[in-house]
Every structure is written in C-alpha cells, then in structure tokens.
Design a protein around this ligand. Structure first.
Ligand SMILES: [Zn+2]
Ligand SMILES: [Zn+2]
Ligand SMILES: [Zn+2]
Ligand SMILES: [Zn+2]
Length: 456
C-alpha cells in the first residue's frame, strides 16, 4: 500500500484509554522510554526521529497529550499505549506512522487516529471506528490483548529490528501476519521463520493459533576469499589452503587440504659403457632431493681388437690393442727394429780399369749396398835392371827388366825388353803389356830417366 510520508489528520481529541490488569514485561528490551507527559513524548519522538537507527520503545504511561503539529513515529519505534493510559493528541495534530502501534489492553477511545501502517489497529478519523486489519471495530468496541496472540520472533543469533527478538501480535479475529519481519545475521543467509519443531517455514498464509515463538533459521553464508596457501603440498605431503571470510568483522576461516602432488618422474635409462655400469635414473621434476638411481647393469667391458704392424729392418713395429667400441687404447707394445742383416752376396775385383766392390744384401729386406774396392792404380814403377853397357855409343841392344808395383801393394809386373838403340841418343820406347802401356824414356847416356805406366 502506498502512502505519503506524512498524513495529516485533524483531530478534535484523541483519547485512548486502555485498561487491563498488567503491563507486559518490557524491561528486558533496550531503549524503553516511559513517557508520562507530553513533553517527554515530544522529546522521545524527536530523538527517535533524528536517530533513525536507534531502536526505541515508547511506552505511554498515564495521560499524555500531544500538542498540535505532526508527530512522526519512525519505523524503528515500537509505540505502546499501555493499559490505563491515555494518549491525547489535543486537536489538530497528526500522526504519521511508519512503525507499529500495539494496543495493550482495553481501549476506551474518544478520538480517532488513522493511517497506521501495517493495519494493526487504527481508529478512523471521521467515524471513530477502531479497525484491525479486515475486521471493522466500531466506537465503543473493546480490544483486549487477550484477543490477540503474542508471537515472539527470535532472531536466533541474528537480530530483528536490531534486537535479539521482538514481540508482535495478531488479532484472534484475524490471526494472520501480513508481513513477516526480516532478520539479519552477518555471514548467514536467512532461510525463514520456523516453529520450534523446525519443520515447515512459517508464512503469511499460516494461521496463528496460540502464543508462539518463531525462530529464524540461518544458513551459514560466508563470503570466502580465494584462499591463501599456508602450507604448500609436496610430492608426498599434503598442503593446506586457508580461506577467510572477507566480510568486515567476521574473520572466519576454514582450511582445505591440498592433495600431495605426487612425484613427477622422468625416467632415463643410461646404458652401460665399456667401463661404466649402466643404470636407470629417476628424476623428480618437483624436488631433485627425490632423485634416485637403480637397475644397475654391469659395464660391458672393452671389445678388443689387435693391430699388429711388424717391425722392418729400419722401422719399429708395434702391437696395439684398442677397443673397437669406445676407441680406447688398451695397450701398445713396440716391436723394435732388428736392423739389417747384411750378408756378402756379391763381389767384383777391382782392376786397373775400374773399381771393384763387395756387395752386401739384407737377408730380410733385400736392402743392398756395395763396398767399393778402388780401381787399382800404379803406385810405383822402378827399373829393376837394365843393360849397363849403353855407355858404348852406337847401335846396341838395350835390354832392361821393369818391375811395376801396383796400388794394391800386391801385384808386381815384371817385364823384360830388349831394344836396339842408337847409343848416345836419348829416346823413348812404348810397350804394350797386357792392359798397360809403359813408356820408357832414356837419356843420351842410355840411362832410363822415366817409366810412365798408363792403363790401356
Ligand atoms: Zn563471514
Ligand atoms: Zn618428488
Ligand atoms: Zn671400450
Ligand atoms: Zn734389411
């Protein structure tokens, strides 16, 4: 229902008389203001008006007159007109109500009050009728609190109208709520009002049949942050993430177990080599401290191949053992060169024409060399004997014997010759002897002066 914020009503007189035996126990509620005169009412209303977040109970005790003007009862004010009390607007005043007026006890009215919100009870301004919701009450009717059911809304940890609980009333003649209060509770979601048995939620369609208490039911509803990892998961250990409610003043946390990550294995088979054993390497990508090796395989050993190069007479040979797989040299043995084994395989005597030699050949490799025997030369020549009668001039028979000693120191050539010469005249004579040519010269005394020997 729409209504203007203010409703001005001209009232000649408002007198609400309430008579009942006992004042309800309100002392437990906060901010109860008992007003016993007009000034207090004015003060209480103005305070309530300007402190709209302040929950208020204004209890009318005794006769209270409100002077002319507009009185606003804010929505957070619970306005009680107690039994035996009178509320007198004293004419020309208005009450605009956004709260609730509870009639406690019997009303003996002689005035009208109108436009109360929520239709709890109102007194018609022109007719003086007292109305409660759909049921029309007429002037002179009696409303008895006993004709109402009291319903306590227990916020059950939250607050309703900033209290732990509130009371409300429905007329037995019309035992339904038109609205239900909306409680609040930080970090909780309101599910509904429930009776003590906690079964079905209470709705405005449910009939109130007795005094009762309705309890707010809540569902925890934090506003969790994304969480902070407070303990990191490892390969084999779980981690912890802590999530915190982001709402101011809550601070609730809960933890989530982060599963262990498990190892991130990379498995590598390292094959054996000739000299190193093989194995399987397990490396954890998350933590090198988890690495290990296993499945060892013996080293293969070398695969030997032998290369032999025999020594020659002049070059060392060797026996080299290597691994044909890895190339490693395992051993190297020098085969020492023996040197040539030269033996005499040829000979030619030197002559007076040419040199001779001894020829040596290596019995193994055929290497040869020759030792040259120098060509024979005439070392000396002398006249061994000759005819000494050359002093006699004239033709004579010159005879002489020539002995030649050759360069080898061994050979001696002797030859004799007889020559008829003209005595007293020098001359020469050439003899061909074997391979030698011998030129003998003499003087006019028939004395041999030179013998020259040359090879033919
Ligand atoms: Zn929270
Ligand atoms: Zn690991
Ligand atoms: Zn090898
Ligand atoms: Zn040789």
């Amino acid at each position: 229902m729409k209504r203007t914020k203010r409703t001005i009503i001209v009232i000649c007189m408002i007198a609400l008389m309430m008579m009942f035996a006992a004042v309800p126990a309100m002392a437990a509620l906060p901010n109860v203001v008992n007003v016993t005169d007009t000034a207090q009412l004015q003060a209480a209303l103005s305070t309530a008006t300007t402190n709209t977040h302040l929950a208020y109970d204004i209890h009318i005790v005794g006769t209270v007159s409100a002077p002319g003007g507009t009185m606003i009862i804010p929505s957070n004010v619970y306005f009680y007109i107690n039994a035996g009390s009178q509320f007198n607007a004293q004419g020309g005043n208005a009450i605009s109500n956004y709260g609730v007026i509870y009639i406690n006890g019997t009303i003996n009215h002689s005035s009208n009050v109108t436009n109360f919100d929520d239709g709890k009870v109102f007194i018609d301004s022109s007719t003086g009728e007292i109305k409660g919701n759909t049921k029309l009450l007429t002037s002179g009717d009696v409303i008895d609190i006993r004709g109402s059911f009291k319903v306590i809304f227990d916020a059950n940890g939250g607050t309703v109208h900033e209290r732990e609980n509130i009371e409300d009333y429905v007329l037995k003649a019309n035992p339904y709520f038109t609205t239900l209060p909306e409680p609040v509770y930080q970090c909780h979601k309101f599910i509904g009002w429930f009776t003590e048995d906690g079964e079905d939620a209470w709705t405005i369609d449910d009939e109130v049949t007795d005094d009762m208490t309705l309890y707010a039911q809540w569902e925890v509803n934090h506003d969790w942050d994304d969480g902070v990892v407070t303990t990191f998961a490892t390969c084999e250990g779980t981690g912890v993430m802590t999530r915190t409610c982001q709402r101011e003043g809550c601070g609730e946390t809960y933890t989530i177990i982060i599963p262990a990550t498990g190892h991130e294995w990379t498995v590598t088979e390292v094959p054996p080599t000739c000299t190193e054993e093989g194995y399987t390497k397990h490396e954890c990508g998350n933590d090198p401290a988890h690495d290990y090796v296993d499945a060892y395989v013996d080293a293969l050993g070398h695969t030997e191949v032998t290369e032999t190069v025999e020594a020659t007479c002049t070059e060392d040979g060797y026996v080299k053992v290597t691994c044909e797989v890895c190339g490693e040299e395992i051993s190297y043995t020098v085969l020492e060169k023996p040197g040539h084994n030269h033996v005499l395989t040829g000979h030619k005597d030197a002559t007076y024409y040419e040199e001779g030699y001894d020829e040596y050949t290596c019995s193994r490799c055929g290497d040869t060399y020759r030792v040259i025997i120098p060509q024979l030369t005439v070392e000396g020549a002398k006249v061994a004997s000759y005819n000494k009668n050359l002093q006699d001039k004239g033709n004579q028979n010159l005879t002489f014997t020539i002995t030649l000693t050759l360069s080898d120191g061994v050979t001696t050539l002797d030859f004799q010759h007889a020559e008829s010469v003209n005595g007293g005249q020098k001359g020469t004579k050439t003899f061909i002897y074997d391979e030698y040519t011998v030129v003998v010269a003499w003087n006019d005394n028939n004395t041999v002066t030179s013998i020259a020997v040359t090879l033919n």
